[in-house]
Ligand binder design. Structure first.
Ligand code: PEP
Length: 244
């Protein structure tokens, strides 16, 4: 279902003490009831953050999951494990995992299936490199990445998936796609997702900050943001969540 969503990807940051300070500060912040705000800490802190957000409207998410249900996959975490820890969302196929763990489009689609089958909403990330954008390949790259999801998931499963458009050149660089550039890609994604596209939540990610969030969220096809760096500072993350 299409809705306003702000997701904080803490990446490999945090400690017991800093998590407590950040989440405690966030539980004192306010934003519209119509916005869902999700925190995705490193997996070892999911239990801690679950306890800290228990009496708040904040929602828990994981940064990754295995496509497998269980077995000899050292270091991996299954959908049922993150469900047990209270996760309602999971980021899948972040560009850092595509690059450093060589995750393929088909593996990412399998991970989405594992999440959906466990009742968790996958946030599937797509996006082009700077070179691909400069070479005019943005739409073909996104189309190829989405095609694998479309051909693997049923319509019903696709509509349970959130897509995050994250141009790789904008992640952690301070460079943000302009609202027009982001809107253009989001519109194309909705077109490609056809009937399902109208029902799906599409996020933008890439150096979203308190001072650019409102303009991005005012675009017709942008429903929210996947936020990295700014999600580690309560005031900044809360300001983004309040920008609708
Ligand atoms: C991200 O990690 O998905 C991200 C968008 O990071 P940042 O907001 O720091 O660019």
């Amino acid at each position: 279902m299409r809705g306003s969503l702000v997701v904080g990807n803490w990446k490999m940051n945090g400690s017991g003490a800093s998590n407590q300070a950040l989440v405690t500060a966030l539980t004192d912040c306010q934003w519209s009831d119509s916005v869902t705000v999700v925190l995705c800490p490193p997996s070892v802190y999911l239990g801690q953050v679950q306890s800290l957000i228990a009496d708040s409207s904040l929602v828990l998410g994981a940064q990754d999951l295995s496509a497998h249900a269980s077995g000899a996959y050292t270091g991996d975490i299954s959908a049922s494990m993150i469900t047990e820890l209270g996760c309602q969302y999971v980021i899948v196929g972040h560009s850092e995992r595509r690059e450093y763990q060589q995750e393929s489009d088909s593996l990412i689609a399998q991970k989405c299936l594992a999440a959906i089958n466990a009742g968790i909403t996958p946030i599937a990330c797509v996006g082009e490199t700077e070179k691909q954008r400069n070479d005019g390949e943005t739409f073909s790259v996104i189309r190829r990445q989405l095609d694998v999801l479309i051909s693997t998931l049923s319509t019903e499963q696709l509509e349970k998936t959130v897509i995050a458009y994250e141009p790789i050149w904008a992640i952690g660089t301070g460079l943000t796609a302009t609202p027009e550039q982001a809107q253009e890609v989001h519109q194309k994604m909705r077109e490609q997702l056809a009937g399902s596209g109208q029902n799906m939540t599409l996020l933008y990610g890439g150096s979203v900050k308190a001072d650019n969030a409102a303009q991005l969220f005012s675009q017709h096809d942008i429903d929210g943001a996947l936020v990295g760096g700014a999600s580690l500072v309560a005031q900044d993350f809360s300001a983004i969540a309040s920008s609708f």
